[in-house]
Design a protein around this ligand. Structure first.
Ligand code: UDP
Length: 251
């Protein structure tokens, strides 16, 4: 059994897991013919959103695996719980899954992003992981009236894994609504990862990622993100408050 331990940060669930355990878990789901197991990524921004949105939080509670994706979540785990978590990004796990899939023949469907982004991301993945079986793909702007045919297309692809890139919370609500009609074994919500994989939007260089400054890099590239990143100081404040209360035995 994969080594996964669920913890809570500011009462939001998150899994203490490393990349190899996460990959082991995905393979277990495929081997055991699981259904409707979904994997989501958690970062500081998501933690703050889930505190405000109980319906979305419920979907996260039910996730099979919640990746410690952001540096803020790691800092909070260290400060509040004294835990040194490994960082497992959504795009990192996706790469690992594609690598295993190319070696073991798992079938993949990729849903989300603009048509050109989706197409280019699929070509890049096929180039990077020779032999991978991407048995279907679709852009992420399918209307509600076309959903039946998308569901049919996904089932006909016999995909074991569905990568879904609609951004959050759209992808989580889509999984909740449509997974009962699908035969997919594992879903992974990958947000904007196809934009990076297609080459359209550059991921932060690895040195910047290691320094924990990815948020700053993204902010400089996309100043509009300030509206989303404004939650970080508030998050740090809440984490410090929680640490203080814990120290005093208040919580
Ligand atoms: N997207 C989509 N369909 C929609 C809305 C969004 O496919 O109806 C895609 C969009 O093209 C982009 C991704 O979802 O590729 C959202 O990226 P973002 O970085 O906002 O997601 P996050 O990782 O922050 O959840």
């Amino acid at each position: 059994m994969a080594n996964i331990h669920r913890i809570r940060i500011l009462d939001v669930p998150l899994d203490a897991v490393d990349l190899s355990s996460a990959l082991e878990y995905v393979e277990e789901c495929i081997r055991n013919e699981q259904k409707r197991k979904y994997i989501l990524a958690v970062n500081a921004e998501k933690i703050m959103t889930l505190r405000r949105e109980p319906e979305l939080k419920k979907l996260f509670e039910k996730a099979a695996l919640l990746l410690p994706d952001g540096i803020g979540a790691l800092i909070a785990a260290k400060w509040i719980l004294g835990l040194n978590l490994a960082r497992v990004t959504g795009i990192g796990l996706m790469g690992g899954v594609c690598d295993r899939a190319s070696k073991k023949g798992y079938k993949i469907f990729i849903y989300g992003g603009k048509e050109g982004i989706n197409r280019d991301a699929v070509s890049q993945i096929e180039r990077r992981y020779p032999g991978i079986r991407i048995t279907g793909r679709s852009h992420g702007y399918v209307g509600e009236n076309q959903m039946d045919s998308l569901v049919k297309k996904i089932n006909e692809s016999q995909a074991d894994i569905l990568f879904i890139a609609l951004g959050s919370p759209k992808q989580e609500f889509w999984i909740q609504k449509y997974s009962p009609h699908l035969n997919v074994k594992v879903y992974q919500g990958i947000g904007g990862s196809l934009d990076v994989l297609s080459g359209q939007s550059k991921g932060a260089p690895s040195l910047i990622q290691k320094m924990g400054l990815e948020w700053l890099y993204r902010l400089i590239k996309e100043p509009k993100r300030i509206r989303r990143q404004i939650v970080y100081p508030r998050f740090l404040f809440e984490v410090m408050k929680e640490k203080f209360m814990k120290k005093r035995g208040i919580s």
